[in-house]
Design a protein around this ligand. Structure first.
Ligand code: SF4
Length: 80
């Protein structure tokens, strides 16, 4: 239950950061981190055609844009 809530919180946070990006009010350093993750996920064998991570089931557009989660395969980590 706690894991599901943490996953939900991460997805909500990632979507919030995506909205900030679209509004042009995002943090430049965060954008660099998110872009680097996106490159890794785009090339990953666990990325589905629907742009989800097959390992954790999260939508990558949100997962790559939050500091509340890590790659389940250890390809990138959140700096906490
Ligand atoms: S989060 Fe990790 S395992 Fe999932 S698609 Fe991205 S790089 Fe691959």
């Amino acid at each position: 239950m706690k894991e599901a809530l943490n996953k939900l919180a991460a997805i909500v946070d990632g979507n919030k950061n995506l909205l900030k990006h679209k509004l042009g009010i995002s943090n430049e350093k965060d954008e660099e981190v998110f872009a680097a993750r996106r490159k890794v996920c785009n090339a990953c064998m666990f990325r589905s055609a629907a742009d989800k991570c097959i390992k954790c089931g999260c939508p990558l557009r949100a997962k790559t844009r939050t500091h509340k989660t890590d790659c389940p395969e250890g390809h990138w980590k959140t700096i906490k």
